[in-house]
Design a protein around this ligand. Structure first.
Ligand SMILES: [Fe+2]
Length: 258
């Protein structure tokens, strides 16, 4: 089942390939991201001793979680949900239109749909059952791990080539938005709708640390040095940014051994 869904994913996403290098880069970015999220969720699932059926459901949710991104970019030329539409809802409609989950029992299909639908919400929903919530948490951790991989490597890349698909067309100005700063002072994640600058985006990505669910994820964050790398991409002279960074690093070190 996984093999045929992977084959479908490949042929579906190839339809969005483009001679425009910027579009092609965006499509490649999401294809690679998806495969890495699949790897991450299997890693987390194995650390939790998941059975084969649950591992399969988790991996399928990872494979399909960003399926709406391809349609989103081709329609709006951006990955910003705020400037276009909710890519998770778009993904659910792609899954339903193509009847991708017909081979799963309805309960499992529902778990996968809910994971896709809520994977990008600022906070966990309270409208789903514990079983769905568990799969959603795995997906959110696996997704964040890979976004951290992509952005930390991008922020530290030398050269002046900007990637609007990663920067979401946000201005690189010293500004930090009040709502972003206040949420992070309360150890809360930032709402995407509140970001106005590239610094806000970096801070939002730092704030994801408050939404990590599993000890394996914390372990990988420490191992890869994601938080330190994100913090060093922010201006050293900005006291507000530095305060948020110290707070986040303290939070991570308190998670030691959890
Ligand atoms: Fe993703």
């Amino acid at each position: 089942m996984l093999k045929s869904l992977k084959k479908w994913f490949d042929s579906y996403t190839r339809r969005f390939d483009s001679p425009d290098p910027a579009v092609q880069n965006a499509m490649d970015l999401k294809r690679e991201h998806t495969l890495c999220v699949c790897g991450n969720i299997v890693d987390i699932g194995c650390s939790l001793d998941l059975c084969a059926d649950d591992l399969l459901a988790a991996e399928v949710s990872a494979l399909l979680h960003d399926i709406g991104r391809f349609e989103q970019y081709s329609r709006y030329c951006t990955f910003s949900d705020a400037k276009s539409e909710d890519h998770a809802a778009l993904g659910v409609s792609v899954i339903c239109t193509h009847e991708l989950l017909g081979e799963f029992v309805p309960e499992t299909a529902q778990v996968i749909i809910e994971a896709v639908k809520f994977h990008n919400r600022a906070a966990l929903p309270d409208s789903i059952n514990q079983h769905s919530l568990f799969f959603l948490k795995m997906l959110r951790d696996a997704d964040k791990l890979d976004i951290w991989r992509v952005v930390t490597s991008y922020y530290h890349k030398s050269g002046t080539d900007r990637d609007p698909a990663i920067e979401l067309n946000l201005p690189d100005v010293p500004h930090i938005s009040e709502k972003v700063y206040e949420a992070l002072l309360r150890n809360q994640t930032v709402n995407t709708a509140d970001i106005r600058s590239l610094n806000d985006l970096k801070l939002l990505q730092i704030g994801w640390i408050y939404d990590v669910n599993f000890s394996r994820t914390f372990e990988l964050i420490r191992e890869k040095g994601y938080l330190e790398k994100l913090c060093s991409a922010l201006p050293k002279e900005c006291a507000r940014a530095q305060k948020i960074c110290s707070k986040a690093c303290r939070y991570l070190s308190n998670k030691q051994g959890c």
